[in-house]
Ligand binder design. Structure first.
Ligand code: URA
Length: 223
Protein backbone atom coordinates (compact mmCIF):
# COMPACT_ATOMS: atom_id res chain seq x y z
CA UNK A 1 0.00 0.00 0.00
CA UNK A 2 2.91 2.38 0.65
CA UNK A 3 3.44 4.95 -2.09
CA UNK A 4 7.16 5.40 -1.63
CA UNK A 5 10.14 3.66 -0.14
CA UNK A 6 9.81 4.88 3.41
CA UNK A 7 10.81 2.25 5.94
CA UNK A 8 7.91 0.58 7.69
CA UNK A 9 6.92 2.03 11.04
CA UNK A 10 4.37 1.31 13.75
CA UNK A 11 0.84 2.55 13.00
CA UNK A 12 1.01 5.02 15.91
CA UNK A 13 3.89 7.40 16.70
CA UNK A 14 5.68 6.99 20.02
CA UNK A 15 4.28 9.24 22.75
CA UNK A 16 7.67 10.97 22.81
CA UNK A 17 7.75 11.63 19.03
CA UNK A 18 9.99 14.66 18.48
CA UNK A 19 9.87 15.01 14.69
CA UNK A 20 7.99 18.35 14.45
CA UNK A 21 9.66 21.10 16.55
CA UNK A 22 6.62 23.42 16.49
CA UNK A 23 4.28 20.69 17.72
CA UNK A 24 6.74 19.50 20.36
CA UNK A 25 7.01 23.12 21.57
CA UNK A 26 3.25 23.43 21.98
CA UNK A 27 3.10 20.03 23.67
CA UNK A 28 5.76 21.08 26.21
CA UNK A 29 3.89 24.30 27.00
CA UNK A 30 0.67 22.41 27.53
CA UNK A 31 2.36 19.75 29.65
CA UNK A 32 3.53 22.51 31.98
CA UNK A 33 0.11 24.21 32.06
CA UNK A 34 -2.02 21.05 32.14
CA UNK A 35 0.03 18.15 33.50
CA UNK A 36 -3.13 16.05 33.83
CA UNK A 37 -3.86 16.19 30.07
CA UNK A 38 -2.71 13.56 27.57
CA UNK A 39 -0.50 16.04 25.62
CA UNK A 40 1.10 13.54 23.21
CA UNK A 41 0.52 12.10 19.72
CA UNK A 42 -2.99 10.63 19.81
CA UNK A 43 -3.19 6.99 18.67
CA UNK A 44 -5.95 5.77 16.37
CA UNK A 45 -9.06 4.37 18.03
CA UNK A 46 -11.29 1.53 16.92
CA UNK A 47 -11.49 -1.95 15.46
CA UNK A 48 -8.42 -4.12 14.89
CA UNK A 49 -9.33 -5.07 11.34
CA UNK A 50 -11.56 -2.19 10.20
CA UNK A 51 -13.62 -2.05 7.03
CA UNK A 52 -14.05 1.72 7.41
CA UNK A 53 -11.26 4.18 8.16
CA UNK A 54 -12.23 7.69 9.22
CA UNK A 55 -9.51 10.29 8.75
CA UNK A 56 -9.78 13.53 10.73
CA UNK A 57 -7.41 16.46 10.67
CA UNK A 58 -5.61 16.64 14.03
CA UNK A 59 -6.42 16.49 17.74
CA UNK A 60 -8.36 19.40 19.21
CA UNK A 61 -6.70 21.09 22.18
CA UNK A 62 -9.32 20.32 24.81
CA UNK A 63 -10.58 17.23 23.00
CA UNK A 64 -8.27 14.49 21.80
CA UNK A 65 -5.15 16.28 23.03
CA UNK A 66 -6.63 16.35 26.53
CA UNK A 67 -8.29 12.93 26.60
CA UNK A 68 -5.96 10.90 24.33
CA UNK A 69 -8.72 9.47 22.12
CA UNK A 70 -9.53 10.94 18.69
CA UNK A 71 -12.51 13.32 18.71
CA UNK A 72 -13.19 12.56 22.37
CA UNK A 73 -14.16 15.64 24.33
CA UNK A 74 -14.26 17.70 21.12
CA UNK A 75 -17.41 19.42 19.94
CA UNK A 76 -16.80 17.54 16.65
CA UNK A 77 -16.94 14.22 18.51
CA UNK A 78 -20.54 14.77 19.62
CA UNK A 79 -21.84 14.61 16.05
CA UNK A 80 -19.30 12.02 14.90
CA UNK A 81 -19.98 9.46 17.63
CA UNK A 82 -23.73 10.08 17.64
CA UNK A 83 -23.77 9.35 13.91
CA UNK A 84 -21.52 6.31 14.22
CA UNK A 85 -23.82 4.90 16.91
CA UNK A 86 -26.85 5.51 14.68
CA UNK A 87 -25.32 3.66 11.73
CA UNK A 88 -23.95 0.72 13.70
CA UNK A 89 -20.28 1.74 13.59
CA UNK A 90 -20.15 2.13 17.37
CA UNK A 91 -21.61 0.34 20.35
CA UNK A 92 -22.27 1.60 23.88
CA UNK A 93 -22.62 5.21 24.91
CA UNK A 94 -20.35 8.13 24.14
CA UNK A 95 -19.60 10.21 27.23
CA UNK A 96 -16.66 12.32 25.96
CA UNK A 97 -14.25 10.26 28.04
CA UNK A 98 -11.96 7.42 26.95
CA UNK A 99 -13.31 5.46 29.94
CA UNK A 100 -16.88 5.59 28.64
CA UNK A 101 -16.67 2.03 27.28
CA UNK A 102 -17.62 3.07 23.74
CA UNK A 103 -16.36 0.54 21.19
CA UNK A 104 -16.20 0.96 17.44
CA UNK A 105 -17.52 -1.75 15.13
CA UNK A 106 -15.78 -2.28 11.78
CA UNK A 107 -14.37 1.24 12.03
CA UNK A 108 -11.10 2.93 12.99
CA UNK A 109 -10.65 6.66 13.54
CA UNK A 110 -7.31 8.30 12.92
CA UNK A 111 -5.99 11.78 12.25
CA UNK A 112 -3.85 13.06 9.38
CA UNK A 113 -1.63 14.69 12.01
CA UNK A 114 -1.40 13.02 15.40
CA UNK A 115 -0.24 15.99 17.51
CA UNK A 116 -2.13 19.15 18.34
CA UNK A 117 -1.17 21.92 15.90
CA UNK A 118 -1.39 25.61 16.87
CA UNK A 119 -4.78 27.03 15.82
CA UNK A 120 -5.74 23.62 14.43
CA UNK A 121 -3.58 24.33 11.36
CA UNK A 122 -0.82 21.81 10.66
CA UNK A 123 1.85 22.88 8.17
CA UNK A 124 2.61 20.93 5.01
CA UNK A 125 5.84 19.68 6.60
CA UNK A 126 3.96 18.41 9.66
CA UNK A 127 1.41 16.61 7.50
CA UNK A 128 4.25 15.02 5.53
CA UNK A 129 6.10 13.99 8.69
CA UNK A 130 3.02 12.14 9.96
CA UNK A 131 2.33 10.39 6.64
CA UNK A 132 4.27 7.20 7.48
CA UNK A 133 1.83 6.60 10.32
CA UNK A 134 -1.16 6.92 8.01
CA UNK A 135 0.45 4.47 5.60
CA UNK A 136 1.30 2.05 8.40
CA UNK A 137 -2.32 2.31 9.61
CA UNK A 138 -3.48 1.33 6.11
CA UNK A 139 -1.01 -1.52 5.94
CA UNK A 140 -2.49 -2.94 9.11
CA UNK A 141 -6.05 -2.82 7.79
CA UNK A 142 -6.26 -5.63 5.21
CA UNK A 143 -10.09 -5.68 5.20
CA UNK A 144 -10.49 -1.97 4.55
CA UNK A 145 -13.16 -1.20 1.92
CA UNK A 146 -14.15 2.41 2.64
CA UNK A 147 -12.45 5.57 3.82
CA UNK A 148 -14.24 8.68 5.06
CA UNK A 149 -12.15 11.82 4.97
CA UNK A 150 -13.30 14.73 7.10
CA UNK A 151 -12.46 17.92 5.23
CA UNK A 152 -10.23 18.84 2.36
CA UNK A 153 -6.94 18.56 4.23
CA UNK A 154 -7.67 14.97 5.26
CA UNK A 155 -8.78 14.24 1.68
CA UNK A 156 -5.60 15.67 0.16
CA UNK A 157 -3.40 14.01 2.77
CA UNK A 158 -4.95 10.63 2.10
CA UNK A 159 -4.54 10.87 -1.68
CA UNK A 160 -0.98 12.10 -1.39
CA UNK A 161 -0.14 9.28 1.00
CA UNK A 162 -1.36 6.81 -1.62
CA UNK A 163 0.57 8.60 -4.37
CA UNK A 164 -2.63 9.61 -6.19
CA UNK A 165 -3.26 12.86 -8.01
CA UNK A 166 -5.62 15.21 -6.19
CA UNK A 167 -6.93 16.56 -9.49
CA UNK A 168 -8.16 13.08 -10.42
CA UNK A 169 -10.30 12.88 -7.27
CA UNK A 170 -11.51 16.41 -6.42
CA UNK A 171 -12.86 17.05 -2.94
CA UNK A 172 -16.48 18.02 -2.48
CA UNK A 173 -18.88 17.27 0.30
CA UNK A 174 -20.79 14.08 -0.47
CA UNK A 175 -18.47 13.00 -3.28
CA UNK A 176 -17.55 9.35 -3.66
CA UNK A 177 -14.45 8.13 -5.49
CA UNK A 178 -13.23 4.68 -6.36
CA UNK A 179 -9.49 4.55 -5.80
CA UNK A 180 -7.72 2.07 -8.01
CA UNK A 181 -5.21 -0.42 -6.71
CA UNK A 182 -4.72 -4.04 -5.84
CA UNK A 183 -7.43 -3.47 -3.28
CA UNK A 184 -9.88 -0.85 -4.59
CA UNK A 185 -11.12 1.55 -1.93
CA UNK A 186 -14.26 3.63 -1.90
CA UNK A 187 -13.40 7.14 -0.72
CA UNK A 188 -16.18 9.28 0.80
CA UNK A 189 -15.74 13.03 1.24
CA UNK A 190 -17.43 15.06 3.95
CA UNK A 191 -16.98 18.51 5.32
CA UNK A 192 -15.30 18.27 8.70
CA UNK A 193 -17.82 17.95 11.55
CA UNK A 194 -16.16 20.87 13.38
CA UNK A 195 -17.99 23.32 15.58
CA UNK A 196 -17.40 26.04 12.99
CA UNK A 197 -18.90 24.01 10.14
CA UNK A 198 -21.92 22.86 12.12
CA UNK A 199 -22.59 26.27 13.70
CA UNK A 200 -22.47 28.02 10.34
CA UNK A 201 -24.71 25.39 8.73
CA UNK A 202 -22.04 24.41 6.21
CA UNK A 203 -22.48 20.87 7.55
CA UNK A 204 -25.85 19.90 9.01
CA UNK A 205 -26.41 16.65 10.91
CA UNK A 206 -28.62 15.52 8.00
CA UNK A 207 -25.79 16.09 5.49
CA UNK A 208 -23.39 14.13 7.68
CA UNK A 209 -25.85 11.29 8.22
CA UNK A 210 -26.50 11.00 4.53
CA UNK A 211 -22.77 10.29 3.96
CA UNK A 212 -22.79 7.64 6.68
CA UNK A 213 -25.93 6.10 5.26
CA UNK A 214 -24.16 5.63 1.91
CA UNK A 215 -21.10 4.16 3.62
CA UNK A 216 -23.32 1.73 5.49
CA UNK A 217 -25.09 0.70 2.26
CA UNK A 218 -21.76 0.26 0.46
CA UNK A 219 -20.27 -1.92 3.17
CA UNK A 220 -23.45 -3.99 3.56
CA UNK A 221 -23.53 -4.58 -0.20
CA UNK A 222 -19.94 -5.83 -0.21
CA UNK A 223 -20.28 -8.37 2.60
N1 URA B 1 -10.54 15.92 17.00
C1 URA B 1 -9.80 15.01 16.33
O1 URA B 1 -9.31 14.04 16.89
N2 URA B 1 -9.64 15.21 15.03
C2 URA B 1 -10.16 16.23 14.38
O2 URA B 1 -9.97 16.33 13.18
C3 URA B 1 -10.92 17.16 15.10
C4 URA B 1 -11.10 16.96 16.40
Amino acid sequence: MSSDNQPPCAPDPPLTCAVCPRLVGLRSELRARHPDWFNAPVPSFGADDPRLLIVGLAPGMRGANRTGRPFTGDYAGDLLFETMLEFGFAEGAYAADPGDGLTLRQALITNAVRCLPPENKPTGAEIKACRPYLLATLDQAPSLAAVLVLGRIAHDTFLTALGMRKSAFPFSHGAEHTLPGPRPLRLFDSYHCSRYNTNTGRLTPAMFKSVFSRIRETLDREV
